[in-house]
Design a protein around this ligand. Structure first.
Ligand SMILES: [Zn+2]
Length: 265
């Protein structure tokens, strides 16, 4: 007779999965309960969704799940992964941002500390991606269907991990990883939208820079106020968006500078 008769032990179907944490794939040393033992009566009396299984779990996942009240295995699985991701956030960031080749280019002490983060980040990624295993509980077979079908596309190139996609996109489109990652999150988790947005902003900045430089040169050459030149040129450009900055300056010269100079003579 089991110690907790309402719960069925989740037994891996394949030998290779014995003593494995169902949540992350590490060595199991504990048992997690879905629902938690202290909420057993609550779930039994309310019939809220609960699996009543006893789950092989590693020490870390076991500790993380102490604060989880969920009764369903899947909910607990999601919770455990979230906690892991949160705990190793820094290492995961390093793992996403750096590759081994980039590391080789750094000086020793820096590369050493990043290498440690990279290793931990890789381990954590594997634990987060661990799909669980097929199991039997109460004589019923359960196939685990959590497969990671996520793919990350960058203009037709497809990658199975965010990290690889980020590395490719950053190199191919010459955008720093940090910037690209932020834009990715801000633009609907799409590399394509992120890259377009970065390019649009870069082009807009470049245009403003050019506008300022050309207006300053023009103002100096024709002894005009920079503000006046700037305002006029902007007005021309707004009125006719096919004009280039030089064309707008030409128009300004023809309409305002040249007639005034002629009058003075
Ligand atoms: Zn675990």
């Amino acid at each position: 007779m089991s110690e907790y008769p309402d719960y069925h032990l989740l037994v891996p179907t394949e030998r290779a999965s014995f003593n494995t944490c169902f949540y992350c794939g590490c060595i199991a040393s504990e048992h997690d309960f879905a629902p938690p033992l202290k909420y057993r009566d609550f779930f039994l009396s309310t019939q809220e969704p609960a699996d009543f299984v006893k789950i092989p779990s590693c020490r870390e996942c076991f500790e993380h799940l102490k604060s989880c009240k969920a009764g369903a295995l899947e909910e607990r699985r999601v919770y455990a992964k979230k906690k892991l991701a949160k705990k190793y956030e820094k290492a995961l960031n390093i793992f996403e941002m750096w590759t081994e080749e980039e590391l080789a280019a750094l000086d020793f002490s820096l590369s050493h500390s990043i290498a440690a983060g990279l290793k931990l980040g890789l381990e954590t990624t594997e634990r987060l991606n661990f799909p669980g295993f097929n199991y039997e509980a109460a004589g019923i077979n359960h196939q685990v269907h959590y497969h990671l079908s996520a793919s990350f596309d960058v203009f037709g190139e497809s990658y199975s991990s965010f990290r690889e996609a980020l590395d490719y996109a950053s190199k191919a489109y010459r955008i720093p990883k940090f910037t690209l990652k932020e834009y990715y999150a801000e633009h609907g988790n799409s590399f394509e939208k992120a890259i377009h947005a970065v390019h649009r902003e870069t082009a807009a900045k470049e245009f403003q820079k050019q506008l300022t430089t050309l207006c300053q040169q023009f103002a100096k050459q024709h002894k005009q106020s920079v503000i006046f030149v700037h305002k006029q040129v902007e007005r021309y450009l707004t009125e006719n968006d096919t004009l280039s900055i030089s064309q707008a300056l030409g128009k300004l010269y023809d309409e305002r500078i040249h007639p005034a100079a002629t009058r003075k003579r």
